[in-house]
Write a new protein. Structure first.
Ligand code: FAD
Ligand code: SF4
Length: 486
């Protein structure tokens, strides 16, 4: 049974491309199953025999009609659906069998066993075990195996900015022109979800297994060699950099994570690619992606976590990009255009601004879940609540990810086109990120001073005299009172 349900598109105010990518992939998969003569009930959005909105209601109606003895499902990607399906099965008195999702390399139970009795959950240690378990970028075998190149992690080589002259010519990622089925979905979305954010004009995403593979191949052949060093770099109107854009194909289950990891490793061996870059890429898929998923299922309280008790609503320009801040304008702009931003844009631009501006974690999480084509709660929520907002108080990160405008200025050219000045924390040209960064250090001085990873940052604010601190607080208060105008 496959069910299209309008409620899945409106649970958060989803970007048009996010709705289209899911529906198009479902319809293509439906056709592939038909071609393989797999028996299938496919409930389209407009199925006249089914209730209009919710997936749970539609499933209940199908169970009532077909009276199965058992309902087998693959683990859903979020708790809400998992609980809804369980409740429907129970009400219908149908035995529910949940199958482990084979599109991950670490099961929930394996992750829970790894996490048990650990004082701290750190991706790095999980990642080393995954490297050993799958024998990826290793020399030797078994307990004596060692990481290739003598170190596990080359992160320090992966953080460069583009040269001052800009990124130069970037080989474009694979783009997939919508076929008839995808175009029909896009037309339907534009008509039915017309008020939703974003545009479908630049729909470039893979929606079949063949396209997922083609996207992987293009990345490995033409972009992986340059992926590593400038992973954290940003540049105006450079939405993709050298990133893989594979999260969509992976999260839609078009391709398997091990296929991605093995393709990168094979390219390293066959073409002598730079180890630091290849390791940096493999770490994202074998390490971060699996770790984040484990954390999601381990921490049911993430959804309501609010360590700093932040309650402000999201500024309106998160939905329009209409702000004077050039960095936010660019990142929100490309998000609305493609449903995509790369990791540092999500973490250090839209994410960290929300942390510094005291935005409610729940409001921000809804936004991330709505606007990215790769957004599924198992991956979105830990990244937003844990990585970007520290809303869980650091259960799997060692510090809040915060930086002043100087960081953005170093990693991008955004500040050159901005009416604000990244080095100013007060005054009419003060960069909102710089002001709020210093105000954050001031407000959370005691907590940040007690953390060895942030204690140095606080020393700078402790050197400010009373007058300077008062001016900073005043500037931050005025800014926070009118975030919509920033
Ligand atoms: P690349 O940079 O090319 O990385 C390769 C792959 O590694 C990605 O495709 C992805 O599968 C995996 N990966 C990298 N970083 C992470 C990470 N932190 N967590 C999990 N997987 C990772 N990713 C999503 O797939 N869906 C989301 O909804 C999502 N929301 C995020 C929200 C915030 C606030 C942050 C900071 C990160 C979020 N990420 C999310 C993780 C990451 O930003 C995206 O996976 C990545 O930007 C997708 O682009 P790419 O495929 O070009 O990635
Ligand atoms: Fe962003 Fe501040 Fe730079 Fe403007 S000056 S682009 S607001 S970091």
């Amino acid at each position: 049974v496959m069910i299209e349900a309008e409620g899945e598109a409106t649970a958060v105010w989803s970007h048009k491309q996010r709705i289209a990518v899911f529906l198009a992939a479902m319809r293509h998969f439906c056709n592939a199953l038909h071609a393989a003569q797999v028996p299938l009930i496919y409930a389209g959005l407009d199925d006249p025999d089914l209730p209009d909105q919710g997936l749970a209601e539609r499933l209940a109606a199908l169970l009532a009609k077909h009276q199965p003895q058992e309902l087998h499902v693959c683990e859903p990607g979020d708790r809400r659906l998992h609980e809804a399906i369980a409740a429907v099965a129970e009400a219908a008195q149908v035995r529910l069998v949940v199958h482990s999702d084979s599109h991950f390399l670490c099961t929930k139970a394996e992750f829970a066993a790894w996490a048990k009795n650990r004082k701290e959950l750190r991706m790095e240690f999980f990642y080393r075990e995954m490297r050993r378990k799958f024998g990826v970028l290793m020399q030797g075998a078994g307990a004596k195996s060692k990481p290739l190149g003598g170190q596990w992690n080359f992160d320090a080589s992966n953080r460069s900015a583009y040269p001052k002259t800009g990124p130069g010519e970037i080989t474009p990622p694979a783009r997939f022109t919508p076929d008839r089925i995808t175009q029909e979905v896009i037309d339907l979305v534009n008509q039915r979800f017309a008020a939703h954010p974003g545009s479908t004009a630049d729909f470039i995403w893979p929606v079949t297994r063949e396209q997922g593979f083609a996207a992987l191949q293009t990345f490995i052949d033409t972009r992986l060699p340059r992926f590593g060093s400038t992973q954290d770099a940003m540049w105006t109107e450079t939405p993709f950099g050298w990133h893989s854009l594979l999260s969509v194909a992976l999260n839609l289950h078009l391709i398997q994570p091990l296929e991605v990891v093995h393709a990168a490793e094979a390219a390293y061996h066959a073409r002598g690619l730079d180890l630091a870059g290849v390791e940096g890429f493999i770490r994202q898929v074998l390490g971060w992606r699996e770790f984040i998923r484990g954390v999601y299922w381990l921490m049911p309280d993430l959804k309501s976590a609010n360590h700093f008790q932040h309650e402000r609503p999201l500024p309106k320009w998160y939905w329009t990009g209409e702000t004077h801040m050039a960095c936010m304008r660019d990142v929100v702009g490309q998000t609305l255009r493609y449903g995509y931003a790369h990791h540092i844009q999500r973490l250090m631009v839209t994410g960290q601004f929300a942390l510094l501006a005291e935005i409610s974690p729940q409001a921000l999480a809804d936004w991330y879940l709505a606007v990215y084509v790769d957004a599924v709660e198992w991956v979105e929520l830990p990244n937003v609540a844990g990585m970007a907002l520290y809303a869980d108080g650091g259960q799997f990160t060692s510090k809040p990810y915060i930086a002043s405008g100087a960081y953005i200025s170093r990693q991008s050219n955004y500040c050159q086109n901005c009416r604000y000045k990244p080095e100013h924390k007060t005054g009419s040209n003060a960069c909102p990120i710089t002001t709020l960064y210093w105000a954050f250090l001031d407000r959370h001085e005691a907590e940040l001073a007690a953390n060895p990873r942030t204690s140095l940052m606080v020393k700078h604010v402790q050197r400010m005299d009373g007058e300077a601190r008062a001016a900073l607080r005043d500037q931050a208060a005025r800014l926070l009172a009118q975030l919509d105008a920033a």
